[in-house]
Design a protein. Sequence first.
Length: 131
Amino acid sequence: MAECCKERKFYDIYHCSTPVTRRTEAILTLNSFEDGGEGGWASQCDEKFHSDKTRVVALSTGWYNNGKRCLKFITIYGNGKSVKAKVVDQCGSTMGCDDEHAYQPPCWNDIVDASDAVWKALGVPRKDWGG
């Protein structure tokens, strides 16, 4: 379940992320990209919702790079496996706590926010999904 913004709490914002290399470390988080899911609105790259059974991700603002990674595939390594996932959205590191962002705080600068299908493909036990 997503953390909601708290009244009178200040949240860090990030305008950039670490440079992308073949071994860039990130925090994998869980998100629903479906209509009515915790992601809130349709994906930024194609203005569509995506099934949780599809391997899709949202990247922190810096990695999203003004949409330059839209609809491109990234490879995620974890749990001794790898999976390719399509970038369909931005996990806003410079904005949040509003209706457009489902009242979620801004993302950190090292987030790959992934659908159920990504977690499943990595073979992570369901009880460990999300962080």
